[in-house]
Design a protein around this ligand. Structure first.
Ligand code: ARG
Ligand code: GLU
Length: 712
């Protein structure tokens, strides 16, 4: 056994660069990584992945709605993304009598595809390093504020100049804390129609209990189609629009991937902080996360107890609960992973290397660290206020929305819809109950354990906050009926509501007591981080540094890889329908499985999509470095064929936003064979399958669907 272990650890040292999944790389700079990528198994060239002028894989990857990723899988603009990315659109088309969320939906033809006003996809046309253009003519003597203004003006004129050349959308984003700037040119299509979605018992199987968790059995996908004007140009929804023709959609492999196979994920990760000094990560892990977790634990358990006994409450709070619980669970996972891997010690080592570079670097680290230390209790106090009041207390959330409004805006159709929506999913009794719990945490429990926290006076705050729950705005029926009769009378009442006055007073308390004193520390930190970044690069000479995620297109590569979540526990790489059936709890809110899937399972009617051993795959994991925003991203094999759709990370590995450790950081994908099986066999939408090009085997030869073959 010992011998085997020694062998295993040697292998992992020797093949470190071959299995390491760390990094989310800018696709237009991939030629630098080409050799390493090919060594780890990639069969394509950097130009096959990204090319500004020729066809490349990037043409089939879209930024979905600005918050997720999608991929084009047919010449007629068909795209895949996650079920949770399409959730709002699916919900929007659902009603009690036509519940697409619960029962799923498959358009039988183009005419049945459902438009979604407001939803768009962005295609990336090209990306470019524009650092010299942005940082030119900036005298070194400028103050930080002046410098920021000069950069802003350079960005604006560059964008104007590009706009005059070609009609695209342009944005310029800093990387490495402003050491470099990249320009992204994209094209936005805003007629995106819903084509299909599995029922929630598949698309959301395991719901919050299984969220962030491996082993996983969620069929987290949905299907949309991009439409364009008859001339093929971007266009808002129009009945005459036609499916957007795509020259090079993805090929889909039905041969799957096995442990140790090369994989890559192409998509739009939102935000990571990989280059903070230890004090920065410790602020999140030791100061902010415990308090966030403390508040949400109380909020979520209060909501949950109501949702479990009332079907109405369950519907009203489902979406709020899911998104709040998503972050709550992630923070817990981050803290577990950071502790388990000793990430803070490893980061401290990198920091020490920067300090050793010389006086200027050492002084910089010293002042950043001092600022973090001074900021910690203030940051924590501000976070606690934000969690309890702005994010937890729904009525206060409404009040802060109302703050910046005018009478004119209040009378608009848009606001009417917003208010209707708010009250539709609002229960004041539950809000009050939750508020009592979170106030007790904010004002009594938390400061008790953390004497350095700043909180407002207990008695007055508690009494005045709870009194807001007797006001006009806390009465959905009264408030809505007045609004419907007379928006301007409603606006007068609303402005005099106790919760509006409460918010004015406490926002100003937060400003004076927390935000203003914090400002100089936050400035020291943000001014010091660019030099710290430069230090990391200098100290880690020879190492490649990928920029932090910033919602631009990135490529991550890795391997299908098992991991050990805890001492004595080993997780394997794939889950199957057998495992899903083993989790089945009839009638359960999270683990129910309806008859159609159980019947297909009983008949073993898997078509050509089963694994060679006859089992139906559901999800798999790999060591690709991903983050929030990578939801819906295509997962590819070495030939760039689609093998899965990314939708999550494993719990212990969510710390990869601060520190990627290939021992436990894994991304979670739904196996594309399961997606095809559900579309084809459960959805009966074989016409969609026939739009796609399926390939199989190591040569990627085209797979001819049996139905088609038998007709010949
Ligand atoms: N954890 C995934 C992500 O961060 C999935 C979230 C949606 N699912 C859920 N049960 N809330 O987006
Ligand atoms: N579910 C996440 C999203 O919506 C992706 C998972 C992650 O954070 O890696 O973007």
């Amino acid at each position: 056994m010992k011998q085997k272990l020694l062998f295993a650890s040697l292998i992992s040292v020797l093949s470190f660069s071959a299995i390491a999944g760390e990094g989310m790389w800018l696709p237009f700079l991939l030629s630098q990584n080409e050799a390493a990528l090919r060594k780890s198994g990639l069969r394509l060239t950097a130009k096959d992945l990204y090319d500004a002028n020729q066809a490349s894989l990037k043409d089939a990857v879209v930024h979905f709605g600005g918050f997720c990723t999608g991929e084009v899988v047919s010449h007629q603009g068909l795209i895949f993304t996650n079920h949770h990315c399409g959730y709002d659109a699916i919900q929007e088309h659902s009603s009690v009598n036509n519940d697409l969320l619960t029962y799923g939906f498959w358009a039988k033809n183009l005419a049945e595809e459902k438009p979604n006003p407001g939803l768009f996809v962005d295609f990336i046309r090209y990306m470019e390093d524009v650092t010299p253009l942005i940082l030119q003519n900036i005298p070194s003597k400028l103050t930080d504020t002046e410098k920021a203004l000069a950069i802003k003006s350079n960005i604006q004129s560059l964008i104007q100049q590009r706009e005059s050349l070609r009609d695209l959308e342009y944005s310029v984003k800093p990387i490495y804390y402003g050491m470099q700037y990249i320009l992204v040119a994209s094209e936005r299509y805003s007629d995106v129609r819903l084509v299909g979605a599995p029922p929630s018992y598949i698309g959301k199987f395991g719901s919050d209990t299984d969220n962030w968790v491996w082993p996983r059995h969620t069929g987290d996908f949905s299907v949309f189609r991009v439409y364009a004007s008859p001339q093929g140009k971007p266009s808002a929804y129009h009945a005459e629009n036609v499916p957007l023709h795509i020259a090079h959609p993805l090929k889909i492999s039905i041969s799957g991937a096995e442990e140790n196979d090369f994989t890559m994920v192409y998509g739009f990760p939102g935000r990571t902080e990989e280059y903070l000094p230890a004090a920065g990560v410790s602020q999140a892990v030791d100061w902010l996360n415990p308090l966030r977790i403390g508040v949400r634990k109380r909020l979520l358990s209060t909501w949950d107890s109501a949702m479990r006994v009332s079907p109405e409450m369950k519907i009203a709070y489902a979406s709020k609960y899911a998104s709040s619980a998503n972050a709550y669970k992630k923070w817990i996972g981050v803290n577990i992973g950071i502790k388990r891997t000793g990430a803070l010690q490893a980061i401290a080592k990198e920091e020490a290397a920067v300090v050793h570079l010389g006086y200027e670097f050492a002084q910089n680290v010293k002042s950043i660290n001092a600022a973090y230390e001074a900021a910690n209790p203030l940051m924590a106090s501000r976070e606690l206020y934000a969690e309890v009041v702005l994010r937890g207390w729904e009525l206060a959330g409404l009040a802060s929305q109302l703050k910046g409004l005018t009478e004119e805006k209040v009378a608009s159709a848009e606001f009417a819809a917003f208010l209707q929506d708010f009250y539709k999913n609002y229960n004041p009794t539950l809000d009050r109950r939750a508020l009592q719990k979170t106030l007790a945490y904010w004002l009594v429990e938390a400061p008790h354990g953390w004497p350095s926290l700043q909180v407002p006076p207990l008695e007055k705050t508690q009494a005045s906050a709870l009194a807001c729950m007797d006001g006009f705005l806390a009465h959905p029926k009264t408030s809505l009926s007045l609004y419907q009769k007379d928006p301007s009378a409603w606006w007068k009442e609303a402005q005099a509501d106790p919760v509006m006055l409460w918010m004015t007073e406490y926002q100003s308390w937060a400003q004076t007591t927390l935000s203003t004193p914090l400002k100089p520390f936050l400035e020291t930190i943000s001014n010091g981080l660019p030099l710290y970044m430069r230090g990391l690069m200098q100290a880690g000479e020879g190492k490649d540094f990928y920029p932090d995620a910033n919602s631009t297109l990135r490529l991550a590569s890795g391997k299908v890889l098992a991991y050990s979540p805890a001492d004595g526990v080993e997780y394997t790489t794939h889950t199957t329908l057998d495992g899903m059936m083993a989790k089945y709890i009839p009638g359960d809110y999270e683990f129910d499985i309806h008859l159609p899937l159980r019947a297909l399972y009983a008949q073993k009617d898997f078509g050509p999509y089963a694994m060679p051993n006859g089992q139906m795959p559901v999800c798999f994991i790999a060591s690709n470095h991903t983050s929030g925003g990578n939801s819906g991203s295509p997962a590819f094999n070495a030939r760039g064929e689609l093998i899965g759709i990314n939708f999550d990370r494993v719990w212990e590995g969510t710390m990869s936003d601060y520190y990627f450790d290939e021992r436990i950081c894994r991304n979670v994908m739904v196996d594309i064979r399961y997606v095809l099986f559900i579309i084809d066999k459960l959805g009966g939408a074989s016409h969609l399958i026939h739009e796609m090009e399926l390939v199989q085997g190591h040569s990627g030869r085209t797979f001819v669907a049996p139905k088609k073959a038998s007709k010949e």
